[in-house]
Ligand binder design. Structure first.
Ligand SMILES: [Zn+2]
Length: 343
């Protein structure tokens, strides 16, 4: 992540000021995660709406309370809490705030069972991650360590009631504005963005981030009819980005970092960066087949245990691009899955 230039800083503060004039205010909340602060947004008007909430922590709750107070509001004023996707830093506090406000909690229909049954769903996700890592060559000591980290991280969210299940393509009133609810999976299986055609402001969660390319993390799909095959989130993410590229967006307000004011250029850069990384992986396979984990080590050097799953996700995502283009094949006949160039 490079430091923003002066011109970028000016563009960012102008965009935030324009959003605030439209009644949409950014409230950053500290997280214990490597990504840094998470942005929550207050949409003023009726219904007074909070989009995302921060991780379930006392610090998060305090920061949010002071952020709201600085704008003249208290938790009890909130009418609606909207969740953009299933990650802890985004919905962790939903339950605590809902209790303090009697606000409705709304999220994508697919995501609702996960918010309600967080413990059980996130445990199933962790089990899936451990199996996937083992199949792709990550050694047992790293997967054991990751299991205990999973237990700790799980606590940064709590199960939440969901009062309104949203559907892709519907409209949702937040503040005095009508937003289009648009399903954009890839970064997670539940990413949802909220596009206001009138102001052309979009609340986009982690679908588009200005300074970091969103990880397309491999995760158990939320669809009930999942056939058990490994999901391909980077391919999903690419088609989601292309759908967003077609929208006329003036300001995209993301879950981390500053606003995006050039979403088409940003998406083009992201796609190019992914293509570059995929062609590096193709080169690494020149001398013979390798596992996803071996490729991650070759690409990123020795990986910290905490990053093992993210790195593997990233590698598998880019391998999927090469498979899609017919350049490599996946061989799952052995104990460890390997990838090889197509002769
Ligand atoms: Zn996220």
């Amino acid at each position: 992540m490079s430091a923003p230039t002066k011109a970028e800083q000016t563009a960012e503060s102008e965009a935030l000021a324009a959003a605030a004039t439209a009644g949409i205010h950014r409230l950053p909340i500290t997280t214990p995660f490597k990504v840094g602060d998470i942005n929550t947004y207050l949409v003023e008007g009726d219904p007074l709406t909070l989009v995302d909430c921060g991780p379930n922590s006392v610090t998060g709750l305090d920061e949010l309370e002071s952020g709201l107070a600085a704008l003249g509001y208290a938790f009890s004023d909130l009418d609606l809490i909207v969740v953009t996707h299933q990650h802890q830093d985004h919905f962790g506090l939903a339950s605590a705030i809902a209790r303090r406000s009697e606000a409705d909690v709304a999220c994508l229909d697919l995501l609702a069972p996960m918010l309600r049954g967080w413990e059980q769903h996130s445990r199933a996700d962790d089990r899936y991650a451990v199996e996937l890592m083992a199949r792709h060559g990550v050694d047992a000591s790293a997967t054991t360590a990751l299991k205990s980290i999973g237990e700790v991280i799980r606590g940064y969210a709590a199960p939440s009631r969901v009062d309104r299940e949203l559907h892709d393509g519907q409209q949702l009133e937040m503040g005095a504005r009508e937003f289009d609810v648009l399903y954009r999976p890839g970064h997670s299986p539940s990413d949802t963005i909220f596009f206001d055609p009138d102001s052309q402001i979009t609340l986009c969660g982690d679908h588009l981030l200005s300074k970091i390319s969103s990880n397309a993390i491999i995760c158990r799909p939320l669809h009930r009819d999942w056939d058990g095959r490994r999901p391909k989130p980077l391919l999903e993410y690419r088609s989601s980005m292309l759908a967003t590229r077609a929208l006329d967006i003036e300001i995209a307000l993301g879950g981390h970092g500053g606003p995006v004011t050039d979403h088409r250029a940003l998406i083009d850069r992201r796609v190019k960066g992914q293509d570059r990384r995929a062609s590096k992986l193709l080169d690494l396979l020149a001398d013979g087949p390798l596992s996803g984990h071996a490729l991650a080590n070759a690409m990123f050097g020795e990986i910290a245990v905490t990053q093992a799953y993210l790195s593997l996700s990233e590698i598998l995502g880019h391998l999927d691009l090469l498979i899609e283009d017919g350049l490599i094949e996946e061989d799952d006949s052995g104990e460890t899955i390997v990838f090889a160039q197509v002769p």
